[in-house]
Design a binder for this molecule. Structure first.
Ligand SMILES: Nc1ncnc2c1ncn2[C@@H]1O[C@H](COP(=O)(O)OP(=O)(O)OP(=O)(O)O)[C@@H](O)[C@H]1O
Length: 122
């Protein structure tokens, strides 16, 4: 492995590449728009319900968890489409597993939201 010396400019560049990845995801992926709407809705509702600091931490972790999973899922889909555009059972298995990861994040986040908000209506 090449021994590269630490450079703040290189770190800032890496940060800008990562930011660019998020911007392109939000710009071009329909799923990102759904996540964006859901995120705005849950943050607005959380403000409205005046949730506690600990509840905000849980909600923000869930939001970050789902966004991160969706970005990784989209990256895996793009890798597979690039490497193997034709239909193949292995591609299906890989894509379905990556989508499953997003589903797990979404289900867990939904359950955490229920745990936070349901008691406030009882
Ligand atoms: N090359 C392929 N070979 C076999 N099955 C595929 C292939 N591409 C896609 N699929 C199947 O179609 C599903 C949807 O794949 P696609 O790449 O279109 O994702 P998508 O519709 O953008 O999904 P998502 O909503 O998760 O973003 C996959 O989960 C898989 O079951």
């Amino acid at each position: 492995m090449q021994d590269k010396s630490f450079s703040i400019a290189a770190r800032l560049k890496a940060f800008s590449y990562a930011f660019n990845g998020i911007v392109n995801f939000v710009k071009y992926e329909h799923n990102a728009w759904l996540h964006f709407i859901a995120t705005v809705a849950i943050v607005a509702f959380s403000f409205y319900m005046k949730i506690s600091g600990a509840e905000w931490i849980a909600i923000l972790l869930c939001i970050g968890f789902v966004w991160a999973m969706e970005l990784i899922n989209t990256a895996i889909e793009k890798i597979m489409d690039h490497l193997h555009p034709e239909m193949h059972l292995n591609v299906k298995l890989i894509k379905d597993m990556a989508a499953g990861a997003v589903l797990i994040a979404a289900i867990i986040s939904f359950i955490i939201a229920l745990i936070i908000f349901i008691p406030k209506f009882l």
